[in-house]
Design a protein around this ligand. Structure first.
Ligand code: GN1
Ligand code: MG
Length: 370
């Protein structure tokens, strides 16, 4: 564990613990932005909770995140009381825990912003999809999540991260960064430069559709990648989507695209073997079938029109974000080495290429489900 924050970490755990004594704190998960810890308590009630230090360079107004989470949790709790999720399925939403004096976060002496969440017990998540059944469960999970918030007005949620998933803005930032960057030439960098340049005009596709009124803002998760879907260890069913930091108004397409770019890449987004990355259409079919079995009720005809573009765009966009961060000197995503973000960009661009080469198949999968 990184030494610098250990002291504040213990203080934060103590401040935000719901009860009992803290007996262990471990780094948890593989988040690229915030620092996440699993805290074990001397059990009187719940045995664990999640403690997070929010990256305030990314989330400039972190108190808005906890606000959105509380709005979402209250809405979902009321919905579940009226009608439980289908067929007796367990469904959980992580709760924001309050300090003893009723605050939903704590700021330490160095200005770090800490908050605590309830832990989804007896469940696990995976960095890649194991098989078709697992993929279907992820699809169901996103369908359940979108269904539960489909009647939550988008304007009840704050914009916690301005510009998130607005591809043209990432492109602008890329151009500014490129103008400043001192580029060493390498085949990988040249591949990325060419890759972005060939897709510039198309990158506006979803934002144009939004501006034309063809797609509408709704509450979204923002980051429904495979390892944010919790799978019940006993039943294998999806029972929760965690990591609600990016819940805010957006297009459901961002979520669908993000879920599929994450799930249909069996090599995973951290692979070093980027040349072998492929988009698996069998997984895509299973995930969309499960998702649409629930989402059919709230998607419009126009929504279907843009599904293929969303799948292609969000993979491209994440590649662009990683590549820009590499050029900028790794200021946004956490990295383990200097070229980490370049390696991640290559994975997403290769995935985008694989999506493009299977356009007809993916479009026909979508068409068959309408
Ligand atoms: C970041 O921090 P984490 O791992 O939950 C990023 C997502 C990316 C994801 C790629 C706020 O999520 O947009 O899709 O990395 N979150 C933010 O793994 O930028
Ligand atoms: Mg996230």
């Amino acid at each position: 564990m990184r030494g610098g924050i250990v002291e504040n970490l213990n203080a934060a755990a103590d401040r935000l613990k719901p009860h009992g004594q803290v007996i262990d704190i471990q780094e948890y998960g593989s988040g690229n932005v915030n620092d996440t810890f699993l805290v074990t308590l001397d059990p009187e009630g719940e045995k664990h909770f999640i403690l997070q230090r929010i990256n305030t360079r990314v989330f400039c107004q972190p108190e808005l995140i906890t606000g959105n989470m509380r709005t979402l949790t209250e809405h979902v709790r009321a919905r579940l009381q009226r009608a439980p999720v289908s067929a007796g399925r367990r469904w959980e939403v992580p709760r924001v825990l309050l300090t003893q004096d009723g605050h939903d976060h704590w700021v330490d002496s160095s200005g770090s912003f800490w908050r605590a969440l309830s832990f989804v017990d007896a469940a696990q998540s995976f960095d890649t999809v194991k098989d078709i059944e697992h993929g279907s469960e992820v699809g169901y999970a996103l369908g359940i999540f979108h269904g539960l918030i489909s009647d939550l007005p988008a304007d009840t949620l704050a914009d916690t991260l301005e510009g998130f998933h607005i591809t043209p803005r990432y492109l602008r930032h890329y151009d500014e960064t490129l103008a400043q960057a001192r580029l060493g030439s390498s085949p990988e960098v040249n591949y990325c430069l060419g890759f972005v340049s060939e897709r510039r005009t198309w990158a506006h596709v979803l934002e144009d559709a939004k501006a034309q009124g063809r797609l509408r803002l709704q509450p979204i998760h923002g980051d429904p990648k495979v390892n944010n879907v919790m799978i019940d260890t006993a039943t294998g069913q999806a029972i929760s989507i965690v990591d609600l930091d990016t819940v805010k108004p957006g297009l459901v397409h961002y979520d669908i695209g993000d879920c599929l770019r994450s799930c249909c890449n069996p090599s995973g987004e951290e692979t070093a073997g980027w040349e072998a990355v492929r988009f698996e259409t069998d997984l895509c079919r299973a995930i969309l079938r499960a998702y649409l079995s629930l989402a059919r009720d709230f998607l419009t005809e126009n929504d279907y029109e843009y599904l293929y573009e969303a799948i292609r765009l969000i993979a491209f966009e994440l590649g662009l974000r990683f590549f820009t961060d590499y050029l900028e000197g790794n200021v946004y995503f956490k990295v383990r080495h200097r070229k980490h973000n370049l390696a991640r960009a290559l994975v997403q661009f290769k995935l985008t290429e694989s999506i493009e080469s299977q356009e007809a198949t993916i479009r026909s999968i979508i068409q068959d489900m309408r």
